[in-house]
Design a protein. Structure first.
Ligand SMILES: Cc1cc2nc3c(=O)[nH]c(=O)nc-3n(C[C@H](O)[C@H](O)[C@H](O)COP(=O)(O)O)c2cc1C
Length: 356
């Protein structure tokens, strides 16, 4: 039986163990999207993870949805990220960047260019963005034209090329949590009547096109995808989730890994496992009280044969040396939610390592 501490190779990505740091937005990049020395320190501290997936990183300016999130589309972004990947590699870790285009989630007050968000269709999300001027209702996004969809797919490919230049071991395309690819997948956010909307086969097309473009640029063995079946976060209502993922997953090329963020939907995790013959990472939440995911949940999902590796968010955020702690049976530091999004080193690089 696979142990959490067994090494693995997912395509060209080497994992020293099966404990993956889940992607987490921390809003500590420069306003222009460059990673900072503090970010390099944060990721270097967590290099004993089998693999780090970075915070969501915009592949283009219009893909930015939040304050002070990093980018991957200028030479300055590449240089700044290189300092991060160098530190992680020097500490023996592996790291992939998560490319996150926020689509309709965002607000003009959050970024220097004040752009209006884009989406598959002009459907306004319920809820509010947290801006420097306080909470503001989301605005109606502008529906992408077919030419803009093609350009957006190109942006992902160019960003993936930049990521490899920046020293990343690979790229994870974020198709979950209510961001742009997910907005194409879901029934409530995709009202298109062209080849990217309507039928389930049409709704999965954008994600498949992005994956294909990234694979064509950096190779299947460095490409990964994150999904979050049935996740309602960011005002999403997918419709028939089983139908969507039954169409998407078998049509994926043989990429390095697929990650599924489980939101109290174990049957959908089992469905994805049955449809996906490649490497699968599960961010396990079988029950409503399973947040944040625990070491026990990690072991359980691996032992059940549902996953080849397990991703953990809050536990890695608050426990930089998490694999050692899991080996030792704890103790674990609890994450401080007040310092999740933005700020300085506090609640970021000052979580303690185990003594000795
Ligand atoms: C502070 C914070 C930021 C997050 N940002 C992202 C993100 O940028 N991209 C993403 O795919 N998921 C993001 N997530 C979701 C996590 O990857 C993970 O799915 C979630 O925390 C649940 O896993 P856990 O119970 O192990 O923490 C974020 C979660 C947290 C706590």
């Amino acid at each position: 039986m696979t142990s959490l501490f067994d090494p693995a190779s997912f395509g060209k990505i080497a994992l020293s163990n099966r404990l993956v740091m889940a992607p987490m937005t921390r809003n500590r990049a420069k306003p222009t999207g460059e990673a900072t020395a503090l970010m390099a320190e944060y990721y270097a501290q967590r290099a004993s993870a089998g693999l780090i997936v970075t915070e969501g990183t915009q592949p283009s300016q219009v893909g930015q949805g939040f304050l002070d999130t990093p980018g991957m589309y200028t030479p300055e972004h590449v240089a700044a990220w290189h300092a991060v990947t160098d530190r992680v590699h020097a500490n023996g870790g592996s790291i992939v960047v998560q490319l996150m285009h926020a689509g309709r989630i965002g607000h003009p007050l959050l970024y220097a260019d004040g752009h209006r968000s884009v989406a598959p269709s002009a459907v306004t999300p319920a809820g509010q963005a947290f801006t420097p001027e306080g909470p503001k209702d989301y605005l109606e996004p502008r529906a992408l034209s077919l030419a803009e969809i093609a350009a957006t797919i190109e942006d992902y490919a160019a960003s993936a090329r930049a990521a490899v230049e920046a020293g990343f071991d690979g790229v994870q395309i974020h198709a979950g949590n209510g961001f742009l690819p997910h907005q194409f997948l879901a029934a409530n956010t995709n009202r298109r009547t062209d080849g990217y909307g309507g039928s389930v086969a049409n709704r999965v097309r954008f994600t498949l096109d992005v994956v294909e473009a990234v694979v064509g640029t950096i190779g299947n063995e460095r490409t990964a995808l994150r999904i979050s079946p049935a996740n309602p976060f960011n005002d999403m209502a997918e419709g028939d989730s089983a139908a969507i993922y039954s169409e998407l997953v078998p049509n994926l090329p043989n990429i390095a890994f697929l990650e599924t963020c489980e939101i109290v939907a174990r049957p959908l995790t089992a469905l994805v496992r049955s449809l996906w013959k490649g490497n699968l990472i599960v961010n396990p939440h079988a029950a409503p009280d399973a947040f944040p995911a625990s070491a026990a949940a990690a072991r359980e999902v691996l032992d059940a044969g549902l996953a080849d590796a397990v991703s953990l968010g809050a536990l890695f955020l608050a426990n930089p040396d998490l694999p050692s702690r899991i080996r030792a049976g704890g103790p674990y530091t609890a994450a401080d939610e007040a310092t999740f999004y933005g700020g300085d080193h506090r609640g970021y690089t000052d979580y303690p390592h185990l003594a000795g």
